[in-house]
Design a protein around this ligand. Structure first.
Ligand SMILES: *Cc1c(COP(=O)(O)O)cnc(C)c1O
Length: 853
């Protein structure tokens, strides 16, 4: 029989054990080994069965056991220490408070961080991959540093799917129901004790209501919206059914709930708790883009017009783009958006056309679409990609939004992602203080981690084969799968085609000979989920599984189903080499290799994402790429890059690992040198702490300052300025450029006088700029330097103004310059911000040339 309804009976803890509740409900246990150990010790035998989830564990402990613990003075003492430590952690001043004092109290009082998914611990399965894990690491680092973030997301009833395999290796998806009462969640309540709610208006009289759950991520509250409430109709109840569920309207409603509902949830949270209101909103990808229009609505109700409100919202918004793949961005038909934001729908007061214009992207076929990344860029004054290379690629990808500017000038910066060390470093590694270890001890530690992985792989593989229908008796061979002394390579990630899960299978014979090499074998652990709608990805998994099923090699290569945070942790720690072979430059950053590095695992990767920035032969190997071939010949490209991978493995990686001299204690000295370099020099760079500090100083602090400066009057002034400049711009031109007579010599200067027309604009409303730099054969400027020219006297009779200045010649060789006019206003953050620029006309360029030799 099946139950028609389920509920959970929460345990009532004896008084002396009450602090256990607080420890279990604050997810800091997930990155604090001492707390985790204490919680485990409540019922060590049930810890695995409770899937290492303290809330679940406490829900299953017997009353007898609780009574025994309540009388156990040793346990109570340890409990007292743990809870005292947590309370100190939650209240003591940390890095942010010191940085704020140094900055004269100028750092933001609160930053709201929006993300469609959060990967904090396997016990809260609300993530699908890198984006969510990054968001989780962002919150944890914020907590550790004392940064006043509030996280905002959705609570998905089925989370992301659990993966298993059919007997013939085809991915199976399961969507277990999540019961919020069994998770570390507490409802946000109004002062009168009723559950807090947010409501959105939907077309034709429907409404979408959601309740608000709170998760304590150390010091950071995370608010999760859940549409499974009685007030909703069946369709609305399903809005938060699963991560990235469906397309079209379902996805749009999820994103409306995240952006609009999320903003309202933050307001509610601040109202009922007295927390400072956010001065900055940060969008982790475009899914939360509707928070911008929602804040425009709020300001509108306070009397601010649309344009001024947009400037105000932009000042306090940060947008992070995560994909260099245009197909990876959410887009909606304009008609669908118009229907939900028109008459009777949400934000109707803004005007449908004004809203559509914020996200409008005209595609190649001329059909306008509503693009969530474009919405993010238009509503955020500050934007970034997630590695230096990805910043570059993003500037090119979105350059069309700032016509007239070179792609490199597009106002999109970069903050390279980082990972949260206490989460991703193996406990043994954290404890070891590796800098104090000798070579033999370090090697032994690495072996221990590898051996733990081997045991975990066997257990998971056995479970998978049982699941695929094998009987226990047929599975004796699993005990011999992997060898704790063989070079272990890990490859685990989602399975979109650009990540090329099966590149290693390109030449099966070569791979097999690497696996079965008599002296220098390798073993490979593979894992990853394909998107449920991606049959191509599932076929790749099946290819890999079938290859790994072969009895001749199945002891050296395995595919483990259900890649997630729990598996990831032991995988990163136990592997010797982390393999990454995406199609460059489609991996925006990639973070799994960073987590591996924290454990002394070396990277073997295409120079994409973060590895392009920080590659060093002491940290691993670069797989050479054939990006020149690009789109035209994907097959040849794969062949070339796979061949390079085999060669590297055969000629460099394995010889290095197996190079053990007797007179060196049987240790691979060069390998250990690389492990140390990775731990000591790469480790500190890949940290989420470093990333968060960069966001605070480079983005949050300036955004908060801009937002404070953008009073309603200032925003009104800027809106009026932008309006006038746009109107006058057709009459703005560079009319004449007159170089000085001096001959250019190194260390000297060239003087420049420029005559410009400004329409009715004042010289102070623009910047006239000389752009100088190296030039190549077709006169394209590179490494440009920008020199502001100064106005001289008044306008001439024709209404033209003269500007002048001097260019320094620091470099020998071909050198060029051009002149341009840009809008200039103290509240603009970037010279390309208005997308307006006037360059010398063709004729002028011809007459004067831009080349000096
Ligand atoms: C880190 C991590 C990812 C992201 O890894 P990439 O290298 O960015 O592909 C995905 N899933 C899990 C479980 C992770 O821990």
């Amino acid at each position: 029989m099946k139950a028609i309804r389920r509920f959970s009976v929460r345990p009532v803890l004896p008084e002396p054990l009450r602090p256990l509740q607080e420890l279990a409900f604050n997810l800091r246990w997930s990155w604090h080994p001492e707390t985790r150990e204490l919680l485990r010790s409540v019922a060590p035998d049930s810890w695995q069965a409770a899937r290492e989830d303290p809330v679940r564990l406490l829900g299953t402990v017997s009353a007898d056991r609780l009574a025994a613990l309540a009388a156990d003075r040793g346990f109570l003492r340890r409990l007292g220490v743990a809870i005292g430590d947590l309370r100190d952690y939650l209240t003591e001043p940390r890095w942010y408070q010191q940085a704020d004092a140094r900055a004269g109290g100028e750092l933001p009082r609160c930053v709201a961080y929006f993300s469609p998914e959060f990967g904090i611990t396997a016990a809260l399965p609300q993530y699908s991959g890198g984006l969510g894990i990054l968001a989780g690491d962002h919150l944890k680092a914020a907590s550790d540093l004392g940064a006043p973030l509030i996280g905002v997301g959705l609570l998905y009833r089925h989370g992301y799917f659990r993966q298993s395999l059919s007997p013939d290796g085809w991915q199976q998806e399961h969507y277990p129901v999540i019961d919020p009462h069994e998770l570390p969640l507490t409802p946000l309540t109004e002062p009168d004790g009723t559950p807090a709610r947010v409501t959105l208006d939907l077309p034709v009289g429907r409404t979408l209501t959601a309740r608000i759950w709170q998760v304590a991520v150390g010091r950071v509250p995370l608010l999760l919206l859940d549409s499974t409430v009685a007030e909703n109709g069946p369709a609305e109840r399903d809005v938060t059914d699963r991560l990235y569920g469906g397309g079209g309207e379902h996805r749009l409603l999820q994103e409306m709930l995240l952006g609009i509902g999320g903003m309202r949830a933050v307001r509610t949270y601040c109202r009922v708790t007295g927390h400072a209101e956010p001065e900055v909103c940060h969008m982790n990808e475009g899914h939360a883009g509707f928070l911008g229009p929602e804040r425009i609505r709020e300001l509108g109700e306070a009397g601010t017009g649309f344009d001024a409100a947009l400037w105000s919202v932009r000042a306090g918004t940060v947008f992070t783009t995560h994909t260099p793949v245009p197909a990876g961005i959410d887009r909606f038909p304009e008609e669908l958006v118009a229907r939900h934001f028109g008459e009777g729908g949400e934000l109707a007061g803004l005007g449908t056309e004004a809203l559509l214009r914020l996200g409008r992207e005209t595609t190649a076929d001329g059909e306008p679409q509503f693009n969530m990344a474009v919405l993010g860029l238009r509503t955020a004054q500050r934007a970034n990609g997630v590695s230096a290379l990805h910043g570059n690629v993003s500037r090119g990808m979105f350059a069309g939004l700032w016509p007239g500017f070179d792609a490199e000038e597009a106002p999109i910066g970069a903050v390279t992602n980082g990972v949260h060390a206490p989460t991703w470093t193996a406990d043994a590694m954290l404890r070891a203080r590796t800098e104090a270890l000798g070579d033999a001890e370090l090697w032994e530690l690495r072996r221990t981690l590898r051996e733990q992985l081997v045991h975990e792989v066997r257990a998971r593989l056995r479970a998978s084969w049982r699941q695929r229908g094998a009987g226990q008796a047929e599975l004796g061979w699993v005990d011999d799968v992997l060898d704790p002394d063989v070079l272990t390579i890990g490859f685990a990630r989602r399975v979109p085609s650009y990540k090329r899960l099966t590149l290693m299978l390109r030449d099966r014979e070569r791979l097999t000979s690497l696996l079965l090499h008599p002296e220098r074998p390798v073993q490979i652990v593979v894992a990853g989920k394909a998107h449920p709608a991606d049959d191509g990805g599932k076929r790749l998994i099946q290819d890999l599984v079938r290859f790994a099923d072969d009895p001749a090699i199945r002891h050296r290569i395995v595919f483990l189903p259900d890649y997630g945070m729990a598996m990831a942790r032991s995988l990163y720690a136990g592997c010797d080499v982390w393999l990454n072979n995406p199609l460059r430059p489609l991996e925006a950053c990639g973070t799994s290799g960073m987590k591996a590095a924290l454990n002394g695992c070396l990277n073997l990767s295409v120079r994409d994402g973060w590895w392009d920035e920080w590659f060093d032969p002491d940290f691993g190997w670069e797989i050479p790429t054939a990006d020149g071939l690009a789109a035209a010949e994907p097959d040849r490209r794969d062949a070339i890059e796979a061949a390079a991978l085999y060669t590297l493995l055969n000629e460099q990686v394995t010889p290095c690992f197996y190079d053990r001299g007797v007179n060196r204690g049987g240790l691979p000295i060069r390998w250990l040198e690389m492990v140390r370099a990775t731990l000591d020099r790469l480790g500190p760079r890949v940290l989420a702490d470093r990333m968060l500090r960069e966001y605070v100083t480079g983005f949050y602090a300036p955004a908060a300052a801009a937002h404070r400066a953008m009073t309603p009057e200032a925003a009104g002034e800027l809106a009026a300025y932008a309006d006038r400049v746009r109107q006058e711009w057709p009459r703005v031109s560079v009319d004449h450029v007159e170089p000085g007579a001096e001959s250019p010599t190194l260390g000297g200067t060239v003087s420049l006088r420029v005559r410009v027309s400004l329409g009715d604009l004042d010289p102070a409303a623009v910047e006239v700029q000389a752009v100088t730099g190296r030039v190549d054969g077709d006169d394209t400027l590179a490494d440009s330097v920008y020199v502001q020219l100064k106005p001289e006297g008044g306008a001439d009779l024709a209404g033209r103004w003269t500007f002048s200045g001097e260019l320094s010649l620091h470099r020998p060789g071909p050198f060029g310059y051009t002149v341009r006019i840009l809008p200039s206003h103290r509240l603009l953050a970037h010279r390309a911000e208005l997308g307006l620029v006037a360059l010398p006309g063709e004729e002028d360029t011809e007459a004067h040339g831009t080349l000096l030799r």
